[in-house]
Design a protein. Structure first.
Length: 124
């Protein structure tokens, strides 16, 4: 087995049509600090450990089609919350969409952010 490289994850970046709007959505949902805004082409949120969740503008962006796979979801976030019902209400007010397909039953819930990326809420 080859020696392990010393690599540290520093950022995860999502493609979208409007980086500032998507960063604002996740900032409101998570309370993370907004950083590194550039000419509207990129916005990022920084976690306590320094990890940046970035949002970058992509021309002709196509939102994922969840649960179908005509445009695959590519990835998704999972967030732990204390109160699923309260978190759901706040996210829906902030612009999230709750799709009809909810495969998690009472354990977890799927939502779509304003750019169409799926993400899940689970109980803490």
């Amino acid at each position: 087995m080859p020696a392990q490289m010393n690599m540290r994850l520093t950022a995860v970046t999502l493609d979208c049509a409007d980086p500032l709007a998507l960063a604002a959505f996740y900032q409101q949902a998570t309370g993370l600090r907004l950083v590194d805004r550039s000419d509207g082409g990129f916005a990022g949120l920084v976690c306590e450990d320094g990890l940046i969740v970035g949002f970058q503008r992509v021309d002709n962006y196509q939102a994922p089609r969840w649960p179908e796979q005509t445009v695959p979801q590519q990835f998704h976030f999972d967030f732990a919350v204390d109160d699923l019902d309260r978190a759901e209400a706040l996210l829906l007010e902030s612009g999230a969409v709750k799709p009809d397909s909810q495969p998690g039953g009472d354990r977890w819930r799927v939502f779509l952010d304003p750019a169409g990326h799926p993400f899940c809420l689970t109980r803490s």
